[in-house]
Design a protein around this ligand. Structure first.
Ligand SMILES: Cc1cc2nc3c(=O)[nH]c(=O)nc-3n(C[C@H](O)[C@H](O)[C@H](O)COP(=O)(O)OP(=O)(O)OC[C@H]3O[C@@H](n4cnc5c(N)ncnc54)[C@H](O)[C@@H]3O)c2cc1C
Length: 427
């Protein structure tokens, strides 16, 4: 006899757990299928999670959740070979009403999945979903796993970037290398006091640093402060890595030896090295979000804002709306694609599809105009160096050199074109 649930959710990441909390709270019998030993055990992310979306799922979560640090400062670094220009925003408002917090997902996801269990969902771990089951009309009504089949009125695929379930349901093929970033991350142990000194924070305050430039390839680096560890890593689009014949480890090693970065991790003990994919195809690559008997949420549906590395909030809120749609479908006893179509409408009415649609052309524009992440960081460093240099020559000469440098690197027309191109796509 196959076990049956109202809602079968595949994957206990932020999307799956948010969906499960929503369906369980709506009174649906709910199972979450997770391949790991526990939720989060397969997750390598050490990054930031956003407060308001999390509070929509678990109000006042900060009272019990394993938060590493409250982010009070966001930094952007533009590197050259041996220098960096930095834009930073630190705000005391982030101390009181924190906007985001750093988390280690092995801890956070475990806690988050316990909230789903407390809401009534059943968490089935060490079980890998291998495909979908369909009834005679072709409607999805369950999943196959490596430990047997499970039946469900509705399936919500939240199984991350390599979603076997949405591919199995025929919603999309393998993602293309130009739509996927490969991210590598190292975790370094560093005593709490050293983190406070090096990053100028106190108590549970934390800092995030996004890093660009200094190399001929495009990449985005990151440093996140945790309680007594630092998450340090980088990501780059797979097709770019292949075209440049670069391995992510090469970029990571280069970053580690950069004079601006080295002192931040010096003396810290490497605890962990991991790699993971991030779906960055944007709005135009989002696959169908629902079909008869099934919805897809989070990374499995390519719902990531690559511009700001926002993925957890997209996962949680898409999971929540998939759960809400499932509860409405149960009331109407209509699990057909037409019955589940409100899911997309919910996402269109909130930041999930609004943001992805608004910035749909930006990632492609930046990746086909390499100067943004290669030449401009270099130029900014040169300009600031010349601006601050005191060498006995009149400032007028410095300014002339700065102007000459700017125009020789890109030309007036090129710079105007770049500004206008970005403005047209992002403003
Ligand atoms: C290095 C790195 C840094 C990042 N930094 C940030 C950041 O700072 N802020 C941010 O918002 N986002 C960040 N992201 C993106 C973010 O991690 C994802 O967008 C988010 O985790 C997506 O959640 P999800 O629930 O859709 O998928 P996932 O978190 O990938 O969860 C999927 C779950 O499904 C399970 N699973 C997979 N296949 C199966 C199967 N067949 N059967 C059963 N279970 C299965 C997995 O074990 C996993 O638990 C980062 C990503 C990486 C790689």
């Amino acid at each position: 006899m196959v076990e049956k649930y109202d809602a079968l959710i595949v994957g206990a990441g932020p999307a799956g757990v948010a969906a499960a909390i929503t369906t369980a709270k709506a009174g649906m019998s709910t199972a979450i299928i997770e391949r790991g030993d526990f939720a989060g055990s397969k997750n390598m992310f050490g990054g930031i999670v956003y407060t308001k979306p999390t509070a929509q799922i678990v109000p006042e979560f900060w009272k019990t959740a394993p938060i590493e640090r409250r982010v009070i400062e966001y930094q952007y670094w533009l590197l050259s070979q041996d220098s960096h220009v930095e834009v930073a925003h630190r705000n005391q408002k982030f101390v009181r009403d924190f906007n985001a917090f750093t988390a280690l997902r092995a801890r956070f996801d475990k806690w988050f999945s316990q909230q789903a269990e407390a809401a009534g969902a059943t968490l089935i771990t060490r079980t890998t979903a291998t495909g979908v089951l369909k009834n005679s009309d072709g409607r999805i009504n369950g999943i196959s796993t490596d430990r047997g089949d499970l039946a469900g009125d509705v399936v919500i695929a939240c199984d991350g970037v390599n979603s076997l379930i949405s591919k199995g349901a025929g919603l999309h093929e393998e993602w293309k290398p130009e739509d996927i970033a490969l991210a590598v991350k190292e975790t370094y142990a560093l005593p709490k006091e050293k983190i406070e000194d090096r990053f100028n924070v106190r108590g549970d305050e934390g800092v995030t640093i996004m890093i660009y430039g200094g190399r001929s390839e495009e990449y985005a680096g990151f440093i996140y402060t945790n309680k007594d560890t630092i998450s340090f890593g980088m990501g780059a689009i797979m097709s770019d890595l292949a075209a440049n014949k670069t391995r992510p480890q090469d970029i990571l090693e280069w970053l580690k030896s950069h004079p601006s970065i080295k002192p931040l991790i010096e003396g810290a003990a490497l605890r962990e090295y991991t790699a993971h994919l991030i779906p960055e195809g944007g709005y135009d690559k989002i696959p169908p979000l629902y079909t008869d008997g099934m919805m897809v949420a989070g990374d499995a549906a390519m719902l990531v804002n690559a511009l700001n590395w926002e993925g957890t909030n997209f996962a949680m809120i898409s999971g929540k709306y998939a759960g809400q749609t499932a509860a409405e479908a149960k009331k109407a006893n209509n699990y057909s694609a037409e019955g589940l179509s409100t899911y997309r409408k919910y996402l269109e009415d909130c930041f999930v599809l609004k943001d992805l649609k608004k910035f749909r052309d930006v990632p492609h524009y930046i990746s086909t105009n390499k100067q943004f992440l290669t030449m401009y960081p270099e130029l900014m460093n040169d300009v600031f160096y010349k601006f601050f240099e005191v060498d006995g020559r009149p400032k007028e000469e410095h300014l002339k050199e700065i102007k000459d440098e700017i125009y020789s690197k890109r030309g007036r027309l090129g710079i105007l074109k770049d500004i206008y191109g970005l403005y047209r796509r992002a403003a």
